[in-house]
Structures are given as C-alpha cells and as structure tokens.
Design a protein around this ligand. Structure first.
Ligand SMILES: *Cc1c(COP(=O)(O)O)cnc(C)c1O
Length: 371
C-alpha cells in the first residue's frame, strides 16, 4: 500500500493499455464472445480500472461504480427486503432521505437517529436492525459518528454497517479499516472533482456482499458508463493534492467567518471546539473542505443567495470551484420541516464547499457577500 498521494498517481498499474500512461476509454457496448468481457452493463475495461483504483484507495477488496451517488446507494438498499429495519443518520443528504422514504413504501422500516452519539445506535439496535447507514461527517450539520464504535455494535448485532464517505474521500478516511462493511461515495463530488460528471461507488471487503452488489448492478443496469469512468479516473490523479488544498481553504475561511459579526456559528470538524473534533482526529487524517455556518440575521441571506464572483450559488460540493448552498431549499428540501428544524437546518444556515482558488480571494469575496 502506497501513501495516498502516490496511490492516486500510480492507480491500478501505473500505465494503461499498450503502454499508454492515460487509461483508454473502451467506448463499446459489447465484446466478441469468449473473453473476460462480454457486455458493458456487466463489465467494461475502463470501468474495471476505476473500480480497482477506488478499491485500492479505500483499502477494500472490491469496488463497483454507478451512474450516480444515489445509484450506488440504491444498489446498497437493494440488499434489503420487505420487513427489514434500517437505522440511518437523521442528518443526511436529502436524496438519501428521499430514497429511504421510497424504500419505506416497500415495507422496509427506516428509523432516523443521531449517529453523532453511539449510545443512540446502541439503544436502537436493541430492537434489531439489518443495516446501519451513517454519513461522517453528516451533511450539512457535520456531526461525527464514531465509526469503530458503531462498527463494533453492528458486528455484535449482526447488522451491515454502511458509511457514506463522500465528504472525506479515501484520502482522509477509510471506514472499512475501522470495521464498516460497505463504503459508498458520491463520486460526483471530490473523486471526480471537476463538476463535469455524475458517478457513485460502493466498496466492500466481504466476498458474498461483493457478489450480491455485482448481481444488483447487472440487474438494475445502473453501472457507470466507460466515458464517465474515464472522467473519474482522471479526477483521481489529483484527488490527494486537491483534498489538501480544499482543506487549507476551509480552515482559512473558518477564520474569516469566525471574525465576522454577521456570523452566528461556524461548523467545521477541524475546529477544536467542534463536538466531534477529537473523534474525527482519531479516525480520519483530514477534515475535508465543507464548512457550514449560520447567519445572525436572516436579512443577510439574500446576498448570499445571489452568490459572488468566486463563490457561486449552486448545489453540490467537492469540485474545483467554491460553491455556496442553501440546504433549506436545495439539498435538503425533501426533508420534512419538523425533522429539518430538529436537526438545525433553518433559513440562516448555509453550506460552503471550498474550491481550489486562492484563500485570500475567497475571503474577499465572502466578506463582500456579508457586507
Ligand atoms: C451528493 C451526495 C449524494 C448523492 O450523490 P449523487 O452523485 O448526486 O447522486 C450522496 N451522499 C452525499 C453525502 C452527497 O453529498
């Protein structure tokens, strides 16, 4: 196992096909019979390269890539059947919430809990569960789940532990090494990193789980296309470098926000005062590039909603450009008002994904938006 910086560059083999440094795009739907590959819905060499690289980065045996993060999560939920019970973060990506609601209609029960306190997981597991699904840090409130602790609880109760590792990427956190059974990613975000494709990934160690996910992918027909696989492969080369810069910009902007009298609170797990800071320090090697903050006065929201010259008002995160998001009407609009209020998503809350621009330029743009 190389250091992440090197692993991102070396990839699967350090060279593509016919000695090419960059991997080729096998833009074909089918293959002449008899070989390793037969039909692209099942497998494709460009996709296989990406899957091997993501598995290596996550320290997992098997990875599968999908047409979006939600397609990856859909495939994981497809492991469930009628009557199963799932414990899931109450603070999570809105699309995942919507998917839980959809599966709820198929007779699968979802209980929403605060995974930032392992005691809640332990209590809820007493009634049995087939799966525990956590984001860490959570989106957008940045709660930190103690992954090793929850993994141990899941093991003793026979539940599958799934971690959405989108916010930290394999460069900063490897949930499988902490005992998780399944890692999911929206590769749309940091892994591809360039705001130009949708993609998702599932990583597992267990052979039986791998076989089931592979079967589900083939059956649902939601695997990633060769061209999009290539885009994510290209993104991975600079992942480690980008994560360092995203994080550097996040720390710098936290200082700017903390010094502004327009800001009520700054939520970033890298800050020593953050409730989950010490757990995160122990289980991850970085804190990521997403900062959540609340305004003192909702009157200041209007300007932020227009976006700046550098910080654009747009949904999503994890790309080269700094983006500001309003969870209330964008990423978390699907979550019912009562639940939103309970977890703290209000009309003064914004989520900022720091891009790769110069930190002083970002600060200046932010201060203009707040002035
Ligand atoms: C964006 C996101 C998803 C969904 O991924 P898509 O690629 O948009 O389908 C899932 N989880 C998290 C944490 C996300 O940020």
């Amino acid at each position: 196992m190389y250091n992440k910086e090197t692993q991102c560059i070396i990839g699967d083999c350090g060279g593509g096909y016919e000695s090419s440094i960059a991997p080729p795009i096998f833009q074909t739907s089918t293959f002449v019979g008899g070989g390793e590959y037969s039909y692209t819905r099942l497998s494709n060499p460009t996709r296989t390269m990406l899957e091997r690289e993501i598995a290596l980065l996550e320290g997992g045996r098997h990875a599968f890539v999908f047409s979006s993060g939600l397609a990856a999560i859909n495939s994981v939920f497809s492991l469930l059947k009628n009557g199963d019970r799932v414990l899931i973060s109450d603070d999570l990506y809105g699309g995942t919430y919507r998917m839980a609601q959809t599966y709820g209609g198929y007779g699968i029960e979802f209980e929403f809990i605060d995974v930032g306190d392992s005691q809640n997981v332990e209590n809820a597991l007493k009634n049995g569960a087939k799966m525990v699904f956590a984001e860490s840090p959570t989106n957008p409130m940045m709660k930190v789940a103690d992954l090793a602790e929850i993994a141990a609880l899941c093991k003793s109760h026979g539940a599958i532990f799934v971690v959405d590792n989108t916010f930290l990427t394999p460069c900063f956190q490897n949930p499988l090494s902490l005992g998780a059974d399944i890692v999911v990613h929206s590769a749309t975000k940091y892994l591809s990193g360039h705001h130009d494709t949708l993609a998702g990934a599932v990583v597992v160690n267990d052979e039986a789980l791998a076989e089931r996910i592979s079967y589900i992918s083939m059956t649902l027909g939601n695997a990633l296309s060769p061209f999009d696989s290539w885009l994510v492969l290209r993104g991975l080369r600079t992942l480690s470098l980008r994560m360092e810069k995203h994080q550097k910009n996040a720390f710098a902007l936290c200082e700017v926000l903390k010094n502004s009298d327009k800001i009520e609170s700054v939520i970033y797990p890298g800050l020593p005062e953050h409730k989950g800071h010490s757990v995160m320090k122990g289980q991850a090697s970085g804190y990521g590039g997403v900062v959540t903050f609340t305004l003192r006065d909702v009157k200041d929201a209007g300007r932020l909603l227009k976006g700046g010259e550098i910080i654009k008002f747009a949904e999503s995160l994890g790309g080269f450009m700094s983006l500001i998001t309003y969870p209330l009407t964008q990423t978390h609009a699907s979550i019912p008002k009562e639940m939103r209020e309970r977890i703290g998503i209000n009309d003064r809350l914004f989520r900022l994904s720091l891009g790769l621009e110069n930190e002083k330029d970002i600060a200046e743009d932010m201060l203009k938006l707040l002035s």
